[in-house]
Design a protein around this ligand. Structure first.
Ligand code: PHE
Length: 422
């Protein structure tokens, strides 16, 4: 992988030296953790979520408008602030430590995240900024931005997507403001025990009121996006940074769709951020999945398209406009197989293979399917056979072009992943 990164980055036009890497105009020292690829770096700064008329920006605006309308102060001003241009380059302290994600948690793995170096990475969720904004003194805010995760390649997975996170912190007066006789009602209790319903430090009554507000708010959001009659269901979930935690699913177009994750913020996070006297809720949702569902967009890669045939279908001022995307045309698929022996040191990871394909094929691969795993009866070496499905979203691929790309993929996997192509 190291040689792959090296190879691509040194051919990139952006200025950089051998031991430095330039991302969004800043230089970073490389180390053994550096695994961010040129294809990924090229996505930084596209800011689809704030691009006028882009479907993701319509979804963003609908969410923002809903929160502006829902929470306002005495004189009718919104109390939610919106943060949608925070740099996606974060520290491991922001991405993991500030959210109580343990040292050995799988989400920290090099095979799952894009690291710039050991301490710096591209955020994998917008929750990475939650503690910073709380430390700055904010109590009600939304964070919207691009997030990066190493992933497989298909119609619904892409290593870059967009999220919106929301946070609301309340004082004891706010929590019990609608209670007839709030005297004696507290947010916190000593020597409480954690249960499935609450954290040890919280009183059950404060958590139940926060849970009620959180769930009502998010059901209201679902109804705003999908319509008044949308069927919703709550599923218990686990996140290291909230407890209790839930997932909201909505029934849309004959299937249950996971819309968002949410919960009561771990008090330890508020304590460390200087808001220990408040209780809070938080949620996070993915914009692409929502937009694909609402606009009937069949492929997540279309969001990156600059084709006017795609973009013009969303050229309207009112973000609440409901349109159904009409595919411009369907292009034929072209399949090629590749088999290789894995290196014996166990260093092979399929995500690195998918990354190479992304880099080399540049939007010409629709799917990668693991077709066969074979262990040699004598040498015990393991081989993988993959079918790579080539298809461009915007034009017909000819066999000659596909063969050329396929050969380059073979060459790169041999050089970078220490596999032996069969
Ligand atoms: N960050 C979580 C995710 O990416 C979503 C989440 C945000 C859950 C905030 C709870 C609270 O899946």
């Amino acid at each position: 992988m190291k040689s792959l990164v090296h190879r691509f980055l040194t051919t990139n036009a952006e200025a950089r030296t051998n031991n430095e890497i330039t991302v969004l105009g800043c230089n970073y020292l490389r180390d053994a953790w550096t695994n961010v690829s040129l294809n990924i770096i090229s996505k930084l700064g596209r800011n689809l979520h704030v691009t006028q008329y882009h479907p993701l920006s319509h979804i963003r605006q609908q969410i923002v408008n809903y929160f502006y309308k829902q929470f306002y102060n005495r004189i009718g001003n919104s109390i939610f602030s919106v943060h949608d241009n925070i740099s996606p380059i974060v520290t491991t302290a922001q991405q993991f430590d500030s959210l109580l994600i343990p040292e050995d948690h799988p989400s920290r793995k090099k095979t799952d995240c894009y690291y710039i170096n050991q301490n710096t990475l591209l955020r994998a969720h917008t929750t990475a900024h939650q503690a910073d904004l709380i430390s700055m003194g904010l109590n009600n805010f939304l964070i919207i931005g691009d997030v990066y995760r190493k992933d497989e390649i298909d119609r619904v997975h892409y290593p870059v997507f967009h999220q919106a996170d929301g946070v609301r912190l309340c004082t004891v007066q706010e929590v019990f403001s609608n209670t007839k006789d709030p005297d004696g009602l507290r947010l916190f209790e000593h020597r409480g025990v954690e249960s499935s319903e609450k954290q040890g430090c919280h009183t059950l009554e404060s958590v139940k009121i926060m849970e009620h507000e959180l769930k009502n708010t998010l059901i209201g959001l679902a109804q705003t996006l999908f319509g008044k009659d949308i069927r919703c269901k709550w599923v218990e979930q686990y996140f290291p940074f909230t407890h209790p935690s839930w997932e909201l699913e909505v029934y849309y177009k004959d299937q249950w769709l996971e819309l968002l994750g949410c919960g009561i913020i771990r008090q330890e996070i508020l304590q460390s951020a200087g808001a220990g006297e408040r209780i809070g809720w938080a949620f996070g949702l993915g914009l692409e999945r929502l937009a694909m569902c609402l606009y009937n967009i069949p492929d997540i890669r279309l969001f990156w398209s600059k084709d006017s045939g795609f973009l013009n279908q969303f050229k309207f001022e009112d973000p609440n406009t409901m349109v159904q995307y009409k595919p411009i045309s369907i292009y034929p698929q072209c399949k090629n197989d590749v088999s290789f022996w894995l290196p014996e040191d166990g260093s092979y990871s399929p995500n690195d293979f998918y990354d190479i394909i992304q880099d080399v094929a540049n939007h010409r691969v629709e799917q990668v399917i693991l077709k066969d795993v074979y262990t040699h009866p004598v040498t015990k070496r393991v081989s993988h056979c993959y079918t790579i499905v080539y298809r461009h979203m915007e034009r017909t691929l000819i066999k000659r072009e596909v063969n050329k790309v396929h050969d380059r993929i073979k060459q790169h996997v041999t050089e970078c992943l220490h596999v032996t192509v069969r």
